[in-house]
Design a protein. Sequence first.
Length: 259
Amino acid sequence: MPTITDVYEVQPGDTLSRIANHFDLSLNDLLSANQQILDPNLIKVGQKINIPVAGPLPALEPAPGHAETYDGIHPAPGTVSLNRLNYNHPPLTNSPGQRDPAIYSQLINQFAVGNNPRYLPGDGNTYCNIFAWDVSRAMGAEIPHWVDDAGNVAVPGAPQAHEININGGVNWMRSQGVTQFGWHSSTPEQAQNAANQGKLAVVMWKNTGSGHGHVAVVRPGTLTAGGPEIAQAGRHNFNDGHVVNGFGQLGPLEYFWHE
């Protein structure tokens, strides 16, 4: 899969060929990085387009004094499983009581959400909830994809266990999450502050219509007019943006953090 280095927002008059030429890419290069586009002749203003580099980036060297460094572009070993019904196995994990913003940033980066096939949208499916599931499990504060009949976190495929989508995840967070599993409802400012202390934080939107909602991971960074800094999977995937880049005008949004 191509390495994604940028995200471009479609402007009036744009075509995929024009965008490819602007970034010195072939149309095939651009389409390969945007497998969510089913018809190359149908793009719309405001749509987000993944921009790849023309060739593969060199392998990342570990930083001095560290066993491994994750750049948010190269998925770490163990994170790329396409069996989205089951766990993946990230090398870097963290636990409550051991929080650190540098570790949290690296933990998010290891999934390389903008460039990891596990989270690539396709066939009408997006995987924001799988990304949040993976990050939260690695942080020792699982936002479940599987629950039992009582709403307890369940092992994938266990007897009496069933999958929930992100609308179900919002319901779980409002009830079991904040009452039984150590989550705190918060403001955007509190969520960004928590992330800046190395604590897990998320932003969620429940779709009260017929579709799915959305969830993103708040990462260490800066609160701006565009909201907290986030990483997300969804219709377009990115490792470092802001809430407005992922949720647009959707609302109301709900924020939660965990020690």
